[in-house]
Design a protein around this ligand. Structure first.
Ligand code: ZN
Length: 97
């Protein structure tokens, strides 16, 4: 009887922990979604005001600087450091746009 209660308590703790984790993930996704919506709104405004070209130049310059500092800027490996003096064709294609 006691071990059955202990097992139920343990299972309850596991479920509680999993629910807490899901709740945190949901909150994080909601925040991320809100930030993306705000950013999209800003970009739409910039496009409407003709400011998008300046923004593209700024982004390209930042990506170039990041690449020159030894980080991938491609979608596949973004943010990872180059291991040696390797070149990444994906990064080069990204910077060429
Ligand atoms: Zn890359």
């Amino acid at each position: 009887m006691e071990s059955s209660l202990e097992r139920m308590l343990m299972e309850f703790q596991i479920i509680k922990k999993a629910m807490h984790q899901r709740f945190k993930e949901k909150v994080n996704l909601s925040l991320e979604n809100q930030k993306l919506k705000e950013r999209l709104f800003e970009l739409e405004n910039m496009a409407n005001n003709g400011e998008l070209e300046d923004f593209k130049i700024e982004v390209k310059s930042s990506l170039n600087a990041l690449y020159n500092d030894g980080f991938h800027v491609c979608n596949t490996f973004y943010g990872n450091r180059f291991l040696n003096d390797e070149e990444c064709l994906l990064c080069l294609e990204m910077l060429d746009r």
